[in-house]
Write a protein that binds this ligand. Structure first.
Ligand SMILES: N[C@@H](CCC(=O)N[C@@H](CS)C(=O)NCC(=O)O)C(=O)O
Length: 216
């Protein structure tokens, strides 16, 4: 395989890269990281990524981390979902940073606390939910007038921004408030090669989730 993606099914950040690879029909395979048992903090993983974060993409001698950087690298390699000019590239970077900081930066920890930690509601979950709604409103505005974030064509900005949005129930976010975001998500999921994150990467369901599904 040309590409190895260190990932796990519950990671929206890894999903951004896995989805890109699939949409580009890349020759890739997932390498499971046992995140919920702390594999990303072990020495072997640190050698792969000193930031101790998933995803990591291995391409030959290269081991890249940060989903935005990996998406940019793959857009260059495949000449797909890429910018058509330097100003367009800057615009893509602007949205990747907005996603990392504001949208994924709120939806991912909110989902982690609510769905995986299950510690109940707190000031922190409220803060994150408000922040997620604020970011979603920005995205809603953006995709109201155009099919994709940069306009008529899909770019890695869309692929990054959608990373955590196929699990709204797990984050406890009501997407009915964002009809244009919902249509935009359907537009992306209609693309050839689109696969839901839980089917695209290994590790779903978690052992405790499968136990929950079992009759008592
Ligand atoms: N900005 C990074 C975020 C990566 C990230 O936070 N990954 C999570 C898994 S989804 C992680 O590995 N977290 C490790 C930790 O917080 O200890 C990216 O886009 O790749």
């Amino acid at each position: 395989m040309k590409y190895k993606l260190h990932c796990f099914a519950q990671s929206g950040n890894a999903y951004k890269v896995a989805l890109m690879l699939n949409l580009c029909e890349a020759d890739w395979e997932p390498v499971f990281v046992d995140f919920f048992n702390g594999e990303h903090r072990e020495d072997a993983f640190r050698e792969l990524n000193d930031m101790r974060e998933v995803p990591v993409l291995e391409a030959g001698d290269l081991a890249l981390s940060q989903s935005g950087v990996i998406l940019d690298y793959l857009a260059d390699s495949f000449e797909q979902f890429d910018a058509a000019s330097v100003p367009e590239h800057r615009e893509i970077m602007r949205w990747l940073m907005f996603d990392n900081n504001k949208l994924t930066g709120s939806v991912a920890p909110l989902r982690f606390l609510r769905h995986f930690k299950k510690k109940g509601e707190s000031e922190l979950t409220q803060f994150l939910e408000d922040r997620a709604h604020s970011a979603l409103s920005v995205l809603e505005q953006r995709v109201t007038d155009a099919p994709f974030v940069l306009g008529e064509k899909i770019t890695i900005a869309d692929i990054s921004l959608c990373g955590y949005l196929y699990w709204p129930d797990e984050a406890g976010i009501d997407m009915a408030q964002y009809p244009h975001v919902s249509v935009w998500l359907e537009r992306i999921s209609a693309l050839p090669g689109w696969v839901h994150p839980y089917e695209l990467m290994p590790g779903h369901p978690l052992p405790e989730e499968s136990d929950e599904d079992k009759p008592a």
